[in-house]
Design a protein around this ligand. Structure first.
Ligand SMILES: Nc1ncnc2c1ncn2[C@@H]1O[C@H](COP(=O)(O)OP(=O)(O)OP(=O)(O)O)[C@@H](O)[C@H]1O
Ligand SMILES: [Mg+2]
Length: 265
């Protein structure tokens, strides 16, 4: 449901990826295909295949150390896979750097928000946009729009070092969303938030999908949030795919119950 504040922003700054944007592409998905990442002897991600499309919210879950962040790093160009492929809208983008992928619509947030603490909130977003080649005036306007959309306008001139924890995390999302992603990868966006804040964030993520039309892959330990938000789940354990399916299917999967819930409790 788009409220009037959202409609105003979307009217000014449509950001929906449509079939027309993808002429010649076979699909509208970001895909990891048989991806393996190793660090020395550590099998961080082992032969994992995962794909998600625009307009879709997929949860990537699993115990600590399961390989979730590493897989997101591979999908967003922060980690080169040892083997396997990354495909963006049918195009092989394996080995592309993060900045190139960002220009082609793949944006992500970090498990620990990385803001420039000496810059204001608006400047943090503008800096990210300038690095993609956007002109200063356009970057400023887009930063203002995104901050408005995420109800952060009153923080625009606040130094990042002065933000409270919840706002800091929302600014991390604002910075990624300002890139106008077709695919948005969120690494534990609700980490450290209280129940009310996490619920609110869940509504924000659902609104982003509805208003911007992007596909969202969300790493999250908060199972209540995951169950409510995601259409599909992909479960990793020790770098390997343990289960996939709808939240209901995954919750009923004995392998999931043993390995994931067992490890979490
Ligand atoms: N840069 C690195 N160098 C060496 N080992 C690494 C590196 N990054 C991750 N690992 C290891 O790879 C494995 C997967 O780590 P990863 O951070 O992807 O897990 P995760 O599922 O995101 O865990 P968490 O829920 O704790 O964030 C772990 O054993 C981790 O210690
Ligand atoms: Mg992680």
């Amino acid at each position: 449901m788009v409220n009037s504040a959202h409609s105003e922003h979307m009217h000014r700054k449509p950001c929906i990826w449509t079939e027309a944007d993808l002429k010649g592409c076979s699909d509208m998905e970001l895909e990891a295909s048989g991806v393996t990442v190793r660090f020395g002897g550590i099998r961080a991600v082992e032969n994992v295949s995962l794909r998600f499309g625009i307009h879709e919210i997929v949860g990537l879950i699993g115990p600590n150390g399961a390989g979730k962040t590493t897989l997101v790093n591979a999908l967003s160009g922060f980690q080169k896979p040892r083997s396997g492929r990354i495909c963006l809208a049918g195009k092989d983008v394996t080995g592309w750097r993060s900045d190139a992928l960002a220009r082609h619509g793949v944006a992500r947030t970090f498990q620990a928000v990385r803001l420039f603490r000496g810059l204001t909130v608006a400047e943090n977003i503008e800096t990210a946009l300038l690095s993609t080649g956007l002109a200063r005036s356009a970057a400023r306007a887009r930063a203002r729009d995104i901050l408005g959309y995420l109800h952060l306008s009153n923080r625009a001139d606040t130094l990042a070092s002065g933000l409270n924890y919840g706002d800091e995390r929302r600014v991390g999302i604002a910075r990624a969303l300002a890139m106008e992603p077709k695919f948005l990868l969120l690494d534990e966006p609700a980490a450290g938030l209280n129940i009310g804040e996490a619920e609110e964030l869940g509504q924000t993520i659902a609104s982003i999908r509805d208003d911007f039309g992007c596909g969202i892959l969300v790493i999250e330990h908060n199972m209540a949030l995951v169950m409510k938000l995601c259409e599909r789940l992909h479960v990793l354990a020790t770098g390997m795919t343990l289960a996939t399916g709808t939240p209901t299917e995954v919750m009923a999967d004995p392998a999931f119950k043993d390995a994931y819930l067992g490890a979490e409790t």
